[in-house]
Design a protein around this ligand. Structure first.
Ligand code: ADP
Ligand code: MG
Length: 323
């Protein structure tokens, strides 16, 4: 069975924020230290992502939009050690199938760059182009060919809040990368580069949230956890203040969310959630990132042990370990 068939394929691009997520993950994979995102309309008009990463060669650029073109995995064994954000080689192909895309890229050691124009009916043009080292991808008229999909989008406000959420989560996950988000010409978010996680939390969620947090550090032979959780006073009716990362990937996990909650025992009112910003480092062998098309959810091995570790990490952080 081919590697590709073992990878659960699926719909990757649901909304403008999905495009932003895939493009900035590619920039992070390309070792960019600066990523600039510019949104026109609410992403349906234009999404531009510019990075100063390693760029692509002329050949790679002309292949990047082919389905299952990935430079990141070669064998089925690689699937067990995924550390890059991307690996399916699906994102650019999916985006180009529902939008009009222009890619401009250059590697450091090449004199000229490459420009690729592509849309739902395939590659339109490949040419040479002068440009800075790195990659810029412009996505115009998202869902122009799939009006039904476009109708499913929520209000501009909702779509923009998804975009802001994606950029915020990524800037927390990659504190060594400076992200700038510009919406209709106005800077909406600028993450300081090489900021500490707490500085980024202040920046993104405000000083009041940051003040209610206590640090959490935990280490075992299975994993390390570092980050912040809130004192029991700060609770939310939803999970909007829960941000989890596994090996640098922002994920949603009911498993982790429940374990965190259990660590508070009876300290939380019913139906309320604490804030939690937690970074997990786990041997990739124990993390299956292949369960959700957008790689948003993961499945962990050693579920029970990990749950117990999260609970005791939370107890320690709240100073309840010795109670
Ligand atoms: P994946 O990230 O799963 O490999 P994508 O469709 O997102 O697949 O990207 C296809 C390929 O294009 C990547 O493997 C990478 O080689 C290249 N690529 C995409 N974006 C960038 C970027 N910003 N900088 C450098 N290379 C990129
Ligand atoms: Mg990718």
């Amino acid at each position: 069975e081919s590697t590709i068939n073992k990878i659960a394929a699926g719909e990757v691009i649901e909304r403008p924020a999905s495009v932003v997520k895939e493009l900035i993950e590619n920039s992070v994979d390309a070792h960019a230290s600066e990523v600039r995102v510019e949104i026109g309309g609410y992403g349906t008009k234009s999404i531009l992502v510019v990075d100063n990463g390693v760029g692509m060669s002329h050949t790679d650029a002309s292949l990047a939009f082919k389905k299952h073109a990935t430079s990141k995995i070669n064998t089925i064994e690689d699937l067990d050690r995924i550390l890059t954000m991307g690996f399916r080689g699906e994102a650019l192909a999916s985006i180009a199938s529902v939008a009009k895309v222009e890619l401009v890229t250059r590697q450091e050691d090449s004199i000229g760059g490459t420009k690729v124009v592509v849309d739902g009916s395939g590659i339109r043009n490949i040419s040479s182009a002068g440009t800075a080292v790195g990659t810029s991808i412009l996505v115009n008229d998202l869902f122009y060919s799939t009006p039904a999909r476009k109708k499913y989008l929520k209000s501009a406000r909702t779509e923009l809040s998804h975009i802001i959420d994606v950029v915020s989560r990524n800037s927390l996950a990659h504190s060594d990368v400076s992200f700038t988000l510009v919406i209709d010409g106005k800077v909406s978010l600028r993450s300081p580069s090489s900021a500490k996680m707490l500085d980024s939390i202040v920046h993104l969620y405000g000083a009041d949230v940051a003040r209610s947090l206590v640090p959490l550090e935990y280490e075992s032979d299975l994993l390390t956890i570092s980050g912040y959780i809130s004192k029991p006073e700060l609770t939310r009716s939803g999970k909007d203040l829960q941000v989890f990362f596994i090996n640098g990937r922002s994920i949603f996990s009911n498993q982790i969310s429940n374990a965190v909650r259990l660590g508070y025992y009876t300290l939380l009112p019913k139906g309320r959630y604490p804030a939690a910003f937690l970074n997990f480092i786990i041997d990739p062998v124990n993390v299956d990132v292949n369960v959700h098309p957008a790689k948003r959810e993961v499945r962990l091995s050693h579920e029970k042990e990990i749950e117990a570790m999260v609970i005791s990490a939370v107890e320690d952080a709240l100073g309840r370990g010795s109670l």
